[in-house]
Design a protein around this ligand. Structure first.
Ligand code: 5GP
Length: 186
């Protein structure tokens, strides 16, 4: 497989986290880029596995010293991709998956870096809302905020090379694998 940089973005509630986990289980050759974030860890999240959890000062230091390939503020927290992490993997011939928001996705696309962008959608806004509510973890205000930004994010999907609708999980995973294998020249 040729080493490629894959960008995967989705509005929250589209089921991206589950999809990405399945994908990584099935594609050994794909490396997940562990982002840096100022968001506090959620229950069960492990530092250095899910994210590198950091404080705002350290994060902004990384930005200022050019260590981020891209970064963005999402729901009041900062998230960024380490340049060295990605460069080293690609140089070693490994494909890298970036699970990042649309602002970060656009930054990578605009940078001229060779990448393959994939946007994941819920089948409809109604389903998206159902999924957000179904989590049962977020307050009404948070759900509304996420729905609003989901609409803005969906408007950006035309910038992405591929759009995958996550209706039936296995089908969406199969579609993602097909895109990745095709793009990586398998
Ligand atoms: P969460 O806090 O739910 O883990 O992630 C919130 C959003 O931040 C998701 O859309 C996720 O894809 C995005 N995100 C995670 N890491 C990065 C990153 O390194 N850069 C950018 N731009 N977005 C990220």
């Amino acid at each position: 497989m040729a080493a490629k940089l894959f960008i995967v973005s989705a509005p929250s509630g589209a089921g991206k986290t589950t999809l990405v986990k399945e994908l990584l289980k099935r594609l050994d050759s794909l490396i997940y880029s562990i982002s840096h974030t100022t968001r506090p860890p959620r229950q069960g999240e492990v530092d250095g596995k899910d994210y590198f959890f950091t404080d705002k000062a350290r994060f902004m230091e990384m930005v200022a010293s050019g260590q981020m390939l891209e970064w963005a503020q999402v729901y009041g927290n900062c998230y960024g991709t380490s340049k060295i992490f990605v460069q080293e993997r690609l140089a070693a011939g490994q494909s890298v998956l970036l699970d990042i928001d649309v602002q970060g996705g656009r930054q990578i696309m605009d940078s001229g870096l060779d990448s393959v962008s994939i946007f994941i959608m819920a089948p409809s806004l109604a389903v998206l809302e159902q999924r957000l509510r179904g989590r049962g973890t977020d307050a009404e205000e948070v759900i509304r905020e996420r729905l609003e930004s989901a609409k803005e994010e969906i408007d950006q999907k035309s910038f992405y090379a591929h759009v995958v609708v996550n209706d039936v999980l296995d089908e969406a995973v199969a579609r993602l694998i097909a895109i990745i294998e095709q793009e990586a020249g398998n």
